[in-house]
Write a protein that binds this ligand. Structure first.
Ligand code: AOF
Ligand code: ZN
Length: 343
């Protein structure tokens, strides 16, 4: 069994934190002695124990004596700072672990190479960069959050085979139930979902996670001209919602916040407000106008397109993919082709 095999296992463990750790990274750790895994752990919730801590805690009493003869695999460089939890490097040194293998160095300026340097200085053998590209893709939202200092922006749309989002001024169901389930899974892994006025008006979306399980993201809608009827799902106060527009007369809400705004809302402002609230992953679900605004301004990190076999003949044109978009993942969900692009 080589180092890549165990880093791959770290990725699998890390992924169990999807939807629960943002804006922290997804991290998994594995302790290996002579090719045998004797401990495993992952970062389970934001603010809770780091992967390395959970991994070492999982070692059975009869295997504890093997720790100073084992290799610790971790997809992210162990931290060297006091955050919500103490530094993982101190734990590694206290447990006398002689070898550490990582995929990515931590871009967080509080760590940024300091973790590995500290371990190296203390005589720990270090190997870094194992499956580095896979690790960066897994934690792409975290890398955006730290490197670009703003939320990771995912643009998502469903289109027909002939390139339409739907018929004009009416709701058109395009995706199959299986694809819908996938979208709800994507939602549960996001911190916030945004739609424009027309989508909210004509589709009346709930923007919830009823076809999957897990976290319900914040709903965000632009309604600066007060066009969305108060009977629409957006005003049902069922989950945390931000409405860019004016407060409804006489209505009282507990989970719905109105952000007073007039005229055009600038994308950097939306991203800034999300950032202040620690919402690090935003999915924009339409409509065409809003998606095009994100594309034209360059505020996108990922594009997810579901394409069905339907032919509509006419309707609202799907956004045009930017020239610098490259396919990163491609798969089929029943009759829907799913494509994930990055830049
Ligand atoms: C690790 N192992 O499992 C994770 C790390 O506030 P804290 O203490 O949770 O620290 C959060 C930062 O620590 C986060 O921004 C990232 O730099 C690093 N995350 N590091 O060694 C882990 N989740
Ligand atoms: Zn740590």
């Amino acid at each position: 069994m080589n180092d890549e095999f165990f880093i791959q296992r770290c990725f699998d463990l890390a992924r169990l934190g999807l939807g629960s750790v943002s804006p922290n990274p997804m991290v998994g750790a594995v302790l290996v002695r002579e090719g045998k895994i004797i401990g495993e752990g992952w970062h389970q919730h934001w603010g809770a124990a780091h992967a390395e801590v959970n991994c070492l805690r999982s070692v059975s009493p009869e295997n504890q004596h093997l720790i100073p003869y084992s290799t610790l695999f971790c997809n992210l460089e162990p931290c060297a700072h006091f955050g919500k939890t103490p530094p993982c490097t101190d734990l590694i040194l206290a447990q006398k672990i002689p070898r550490v293998v990582v995929s990515n160095t931590d871009p967080n300026p509080l760590v940024a190479g300091k973790g590995l340097a500290k371990l190296k200085k203390a005589g720990v053998e270090i190997k870094q960069g194992v499956l580095e590209e896979e690790g960066r893709w897994l934690n792409r939202a975290f890398f955006t959050w730290i490197n670009k200092r703003r939320p990771h922006v995912i643009l998502k749309w469903a289109q027909t085979a002939d390139g339409f989002l739907g018929k004009k001024h009416t709701h058109t169901a395009i995706s199959s139930p299986a694809a819908l389930r996938l979208v709800h899974r994507w939602r549960s892994a996001c911190d916030a979902i945004l739609v424009g006025t027309n989508t909210a008006l004509f589709d009346n979306p709930r923007l919830d996670v009823r076809h999957y399980f897990g976290k319900k993201p914040l709903r965000l809608v632009l309604d600066t001209h007060g066009k969305i009827p108060s009977s629409h799902h957006f005003f049902d106060d069922s989950t945390e919602t931000w409405i860019y527009g004016s407060l409804l007369n006489g209505a009282s809400f507990s989970r719905t916040k109105f952000i007073p705004s007039e005229g055009k809302i600038l994308i950097p402002n939306i991203l800034e407000v999300l950032k202040i609230a620690d919402h690090a992953i935003l999915m924009v679900e339409g409509g065409a106008n809003l998606l095009n605004q994100f594309l034209e301004s360059g505020y996108w990190d990922e594009i997810r397109v579901l394409q069905n076999e339907l032919f509509l003949g006419e309707g609202v044109n799907a956004p045009r993919l930017p020239a610098n978009a490259i396919v990163k993942e491609q798969f089929q969900v029943r009759q829907d082709k799913v494509c994930i692009f990055t830049r």
